[in-house]
Write a protein that binds this ligand. Structure first.
Ligand code: NAD
Length: 260
């Protein structure tokens, strides 16, 4: 379905981004991986996807907290591949603290990586996608783009911002062959959530398993984690012809979290 198309997935060296990258490769897209991590492990991921799916996969370690690095990544990849069809803005970080104790530096980092990077990436990608008269922009927000939780001031602000940015870009690109949508996952068991599970386990002197059950029981009625490959499937759907008229919207994949 995506043979001949080029996809950039930011923050795809682990977790959700990696699940999305693998799904797009499975459908035949050439890939740009991005994110932090051990060089040897990243190369193993890159060459593994290339071997398994017979697509071209390059890695670019652009730092999503820096405007010029984000814009440079998009420009370099358009230059290298001669096109850009799919941009998945997925890189993200988390930090939790009550608002009055929230360090300003953490606020700035979360806003930069979870929101501003998507703005810079979209701004750099849209002209090329419009020229091609086809493009898919998918922003990975969160249930926290739609509702709030305590101690997540920066994350909730950034993710709500991403949902708003998606609406504007959806309107500005409507009718051009380019769509822009947000995916809002509930709990997914990645390193980002593993840390929160460990913090709860330590705080309450309970096991990791009990802490995981507790966070699900608190928010996610299905009592099960969403998987990175299920989110890959959602992004693949948004890249399919069935989704040509879906733009500017937010799709929840959250086991019922935001239905409550
Ligand atoms: P993760 O920690 O496994 O992945 C985050 C990715 O972002 C990694 O590849 C990391 O290297 C990359 N990254 C972080 N800072 C970066 C930077 N400065 N430059 C480039 N890359 C950087 O976590 P995840 O859970 O897979 O998170 C992916 C996205 O999904 C995030 O935007 C997160 O907010 C969102 N999300 C996660 C959950 C969840 O429950 N895990 C739920 C909803 C939304």
């Amino acid at each position: 379905m995506l043979k001949g198309k080029v996809a950039i997935v930011t923050g795809s060296t682990s977790g959700i981004g990696l699940g999305i990258a693998k799904e797009l490769a499975e459908l035949g897209a050439d890939l740009v991986l991005n994110g932090l991590g051990d060089a040897g492990e990243i190369e193993a991921i890159r060459s593994g996807i290339e071997r398994e799916h017979g697509v071209r996969v390059v890695y670019d370690g652009a730092d999503m907290s820096k405007e010029q690095a984000v814009r440079g990544l998009i420009a370099r990849m358009i230059e290298q591949f001669g096109r850009l069809d799919i941009l998945v803005n997925n890189a993200g970080i988390q930090f939790t603290a009550p608002v009055e104790e929230f360090p300003a530096a953490k606020w700035n980092a979360i806003l930069d990586i979870n929101l501003s990077a998507a703005f810079h990436g979209i701004a750099a990608a849209v002209p090329q996608m419009k020229k091609q008269r086809w493009g898919r922009i998918v922003n990975i927000a969160s249930t926290h783009g739609l509702v709030a939780s305590t101690h997540k001031a920066a994350y909730v602000a950034a993710k709500h911002g991403l949902v708003g940015l998606t609406k504007v870009v959806g309107l500005e690109t409507a009718g051009s062959g380019v769509t822009c949508n947000t995916v809002c996952p509930g709990w997914v068991r990645t390193s980002l959530v593993e840390k929160q599970i460990s913090d709860i386990a330590a705080q309450k002197q309970i096991s990791q398993r009990e802490a995981a059950e507790e966070i699900l029981a608190e928010k996610q009625p299905s009592l099960d984690f969403v998987s990175p490959s299920q989110l890959g499937g959602t992004v693949a759907f948004l890249c399919s012809p069935a989704a040509d008229q879906i733009t500017g919207t937010a799709i929840s994949v959250d086991g019922g979290w935001t239905a409550q």
